[in-house]
Design a protein around this ligand. Sequence first.
Ligand code: MG
Length: 250
Amino acid sequence: MVRLIFLDLDKTLIGEDYTPSPALPIIEKLQSIGFKIVFNSSKSLAEQEFYANKLKINPIMIVENGGGIFIPKDDPVSQFVNEREGKYGVLKLGLDYSLIRRELDQIADEFCLKYYGNSTLEEVVRFTGLPIYLARLAAMRHFSETIFSYCSTGFIEILRDRGLTVMKGSRFITVTGKTDKGKAARTVIELHKRLDEVFSVAVGDGENDVPMFDVVDLAIVVGGLDYKEAVATADVAAAVDFIETNFKRR
Ligand code: MG
């Protein structure tokens, strides 16, 4: 039996100050009770690699709100993936960034949209509160854009009419192709089912985590999000305590 845990990053595994160190004991505890960690975040590949390195893990990374899945070469499920990019097998579920940019650029003036592609690095720092070295990594997009600010919300309908997925995260609005964190999590679960039985858990805090809650065996909500079928916990440390209490291998 493979035990998979899908972890949201923003405001779940990673707190307001973006430092990775508080996540270290969380990751160690999950590994000690036999869970395989999968990042599932709206963050870019470059940002997720930053956190993976700091936490000394080499996880499967679902990037940019389900836009794509990067599977390390030495992971047992990478054998099922044909496309390669650097040290990863890649599954593209969403749309290429350039296509999303084209749609946004057409309506940016009308709705005063600000996003990575039309912001300077200094503006990205101001909107996100990211330190500059992380802002630079965040701006390296593959499959999505992130809308930081707008003057009216009419753009959401327009983008949805054009076949794009528009999702509210814990901080910003993400625009992707027809994908979400749930579609990507289901894909990762299916890949593992080709090798073994799977027990799956997801931990998250935002509206964009709901699709991933829908596809796992156990959903754990951090913070105040209302999702009826989930276990509700105060923070990720409490979520992991719950998992340890109920799923420790005997
Ligand atoms: Mg979040």
